[in-house]
Ligand binder design. Sequence first.
Ligand SMILES: C[S@@+](CC[C@H](N)C(=O)[O-])C[C@H]1O[C@@H](n2cnc3c(N)ncnc32)[C@H](O)[C@@H]1O
Length: 585
Amino acid sequence: MSLYYEAAAVLANADNTGGSLKSRIYKQSGRKSSPAQLFALVTESAKWSVVLKDVVEKSGLLAEEKKLSPILALLLSHDLLISKNGVAAPANHVLKLAINRHKARLSAEFTKARIARGHPTLESFKNAVTDGENKTSLAGSGKRIQHPRWVRVNTLKTTVAEQLATTFPGYERTNDLSDVLCAPASSKIYYLDGNIPNLLAFPSKVDLSKSAAYKSGHLIFQDKASCFPAYFLDIKPEDGDVIDGCAAPGNKTTHAAAIVSEQLSKNGGSGDGRKVIAFEKDKARARILSKMVKLASADDIVSIRSGHDFLATKPDADDFQHVGAIMLDPSCSGSGIVGRDDSLQMHLPDPSLGTQQGAKPKGKKRKRDQEGISVAQSSSTIKLELDETVPEETTVQDKFAERLSALSSFQLRMLCHAMRFPKVCKITYSTCSVYFEENEGVVFQALLSSVAKDRGWRILKRQDQVEGMKKWNIRGLWEDGKLQKLGMTDQERHHVLEACIRCNKGTGDGTMGFFVAALIRDEDAPSEMAASYEKCAIEVLAHVEDNEWNGFGHEEPSKEEETVVTASESGTGKKNKKRPRRQKI
Ligand SMILES: C[S@@+](CC[C@H](N)C(=O)[O-])C[C@H]1O[C@@H](n2cnc3c(N)ncnc32)[C@H](O)[C@@H]1O
């Protein structure tokens, strides 16, 4: 069976596998197409289905091609009009012949749809759809919103005033972000962000990817939330060098470099040799990092450690003796990224539309009825979870829970490692995940770890945060049942949650889903907070030991043998039991 028949069967649940899209794809063996191919075709087509439903209906395709069901028409028109490689079938395949007969009409309707939505090029249309166009609506207003194009002005090369005068002449400033989110086609407006300096928002339809300023690194595309960590770190001249522990592709690295550079120029431009030391374990990603750093003209300040595992660094090495701040943005589930959603909606074309006067097509019983894809579905919307959410279908759920647990253990190790650097007194920890386990869960456990206690680490309270973060109102969340043994008072817990920052995706804030918290300590002064947490450390360490990182993807632990403190030892002060691949935290 071809890719398209197989994808249509998955969507129609022809073999009654049921469950989420992933379980329908992965539980069924014996297909010709790879699961990844099927998943990509279905999810990408679903993203475009609002547009393609209209295009297919207006082209009259379904009225004329009896072999095509609405689902097949949608999948094929996606590949014909949008996919780089076109329809994945031999030239004489019955489906390819069918869709190609209507290529001219489909292309004309697609172009009309693009222009009606205000996109001058296919590229900008694609960017907008990837950014979530066609999906969200502003709470309470019913207005459709689009994820804005956030642009950080790279102050290593230019200024906001210079860019407004040169790249954006004729653009008007709005003080209401919702104007940008709901902007009609071709609006020339921008919003100057109130939390992060030098950050602008534009309507998603504005295509800046071809602008000279973007190509030359004067402008950097960076979601607002992703600008929080470098700003939140509140780097001061006395902080000396800064480490970015997980740097590629480098948006936060160049942001930190820009902040350091601003301080240097305030000091009369005299370079005091301060560095942003950027670790990237993956060599291929480090090459991208290197390009981004050069393009941003940050290479004087950024020193790249390509292929270096942050976990394998020795905190007391000479190279790090001037490091006072660490930014940590480790690999995560990416569940906050806009465009990756938990559920899929595929809007299907109505076969009765596009025929003359809307008449039902004549002829034999349509072939599409025989493909296990009922005509009753023809003008409907298919709604499907991407991942498993039904508890009884445990296979995928188990894997997900396992993955989350492995990720949070890895993230906790990274954060605890950062806490060991002798001169470091501030750390930001961030993820683009929406899950408690990767966010507040990691922060709570890190605060209760023995390294936090020994070195006096505590959370940076909201009232002490840099202005733009203090006034951000979405704060940390607690999830019952995830860390029951925490043993903190409600007040202590509230105090930590209030210090944590979250961003939600698909809201009037125009951000992706994100989390960031800042940890601080006073050099050489043990913290009261850590002391008050001491009683809880045993239980939390037990939890960490249970959820040890078990290695996947590119975040494997270093092979070096590390020191471990077991739960019982941490309570008694005994240390230094040697065990491979374990780490005292
Ligand atoms: C979420 S991304 C970082 C994004 C980056 N901060 C930015 O804003 O552009 C995480 C990165 O950390 C890298 N990484 C994962 N584990 C690492 C480790 N132990 N040491 C250094 N880099 C690591 C991954 O390869 C990946 O490129």
